[in-house]
Design a protein around this ligand. Structure first.
Ligand SMILES: Nc1ncnc2c1ncn2[C@@H]1O[C@H](COP(=O)(O)OP(=O)(O)OP(=O)(O)O)[C@@H](O)[C@H]1O
Ligand SMILES: [Mg+2]
Length: 370
């Protein structure tokens, strides 16, 4: 087990900077997930930690030692990739043993480690098969087994489940979580699937265009996103964003008038950092689909009229896709089943205590105002 520190770690390819000086501290035994859209630099960062890619700047520190100049093989880490990269002509046993044979490990030790990993991953009955005789999930377990037998100080995973079908992903997700609980080894896991991030991580690092947008526990990011990007990235369906302005600011907070209901300021105030918010400032009000309620206007809420365009009934929940008078879209997540079919008008409530407020004057950063 080992902790990891990144200090101002940057990566440049020629004149292009793809990682912009990242600071991060991963605790011993922690499960940290890197998420972000395609091309934001998740794999590059992981590959620099692994030693498969050199850092252009900054320090990579494992267990207190700077490892920038230490080769990948000497760093004591193990990486699991999206493509399992198993040797097709070798059996499962040989695939698991191969890395250890290269290290001149005694045969009895290899055998014990291979059988131990196989048992942990329920591959015991498959040791004589070749990769082509395995399902996708079984192949991925072999790839993970190959990492386990090396007793790494840190496991690095780069989208290990993205080749699997939905059901298998859910299953493998809990297997990897269980493996982490059992081994207690530090794990860094890359994905662009925010459900994986939410369910597996002790802490999530949200990346965007080579920079960290926010680091926190899954619920910290869900409950208190620092900016619009994180707010939109975490949660499914996505948070709704409605434009408006700050109508008044008093000690108790700001009252918001939405473009979708311009003549009615909110009856409850939103706490804001007064230093960063001003009257008439353009804002984005964020509200998650699951926090919108349908029905007569309620106290402590903003109310808007919504026209239902489309209804998705999932049985246990319903999604209502609506348009507001401002032309903006609003998604409502109602629990259970609804009688609406589309075309209806309804009043929806946006409880002020569940809203998020972002600065709309700088659309690029759109920082949280509260
Ligand atoms: N060898 C290279 N030369 C130049 N640019 C590169 C090179 N490798 C990666 N990049 C660029 O670096 C950026 C980050 O790439 P990276 O593979 O780390 O993204 P990612 O977050 O892992 O994306 P994905 O989710 O699609 O796997 C991308 O814009 C990519 O085009
Ligand atoms: Mg990648």
């Amino acid at each position: 087990m080992a902790g990891l520190q990144l200090k101002r770690v940057a990566k440049r390819y020629g004149a292009t900077t793809v990682i912009h000086g990242i600071d991060l501290e991963v605790k011993n035994g922690e499960f940290v997930v890197f998420v972000g859209p395609s091309g934001c630099g998740k794999s590059t960062l992981l590959r620099m930690i692994a030693g498969l890619e050199s850092a252009s700047d900054g320090d990579i520190v494992i267990d207190g030692n700077r490892v920038n100049d230490v080769s990948a093989a000497q760093r004591g880490l193990a990486m699991v990739f999206q493509s399992y990269a198993l040797y097709p002509h070798m059996t499962v046993y040989q695939n698991l043993a191969f890395g250890l044979e290269n290290l001149r490990t005694p045969r009895a030790t290899i055998d014990a480690k291979v059988r131990g990993a196989a048992q942990m991953l329920r591959l015991d009955a498959l040791l004589e098969r070749r990769p082509t005789q395995l399902s996708g999930g079984q192949r991925q377990r072999v790839a993970i087994g190959r990492a386990i037998v090396r007793d790494p100080t840190i496991f690095l995973f780069d989208e290990p489940l993205s080749n699997l079908d939905a059901e298998l992903r859910v299953q493998m997700r809990s297997e990897i979580t269980a493996l982490h609980a059992r081994l207690g080894t530090t794990m860094i896991y890359v994905t662009h699937d925010q459900v994986e991030a939410m369910t597996m991580a002790d802490r999530i690092v949200v990346l965007r265009a080579g920079s960290v947008e926010q680091i926190g526990t899954p619920l910290e990011l869900y409950n208190r996103p620092d900016n619009r990007f994180v707010a939109g990235f975490i949660g499914s369906p996505q948070m709704n964003f409605l434009t408006g302005r700050i109508a008044t600011i008093r000690d108790e907070g700001a009252r918001i008038a939405l473009d979708a209901a311009p003549h009615a300021a909110s009856d409850a105030a939103l706490p804001v950092r007064v230093s960063t918010a001003t009257v008439e400032q353009r804002v984005l009000l964020g509200i998650r689909p699951e926090h919108v309620t349908i029905g007569a206007a309620q106290a402590g809420s903003l109310h808007v009229t919504a026209k239902i365009d489309r209804v998705e009934q999932l049985g246990a929940a319903s999604f209502l896709y609506c348009t507001l008078s401002s032309g903006e879209r609003l998604t409502v997540h109602a629990s259970g089943q609804v009688g609406y079919t589309g075309g209806e008008q309804m009043t929806v409530n946006l409880p002020v205590s569940d809203t998020h407020l972002f600065d709309a004057t700088d659309a690029e950063t759109a920082v949280a105002l509260r």
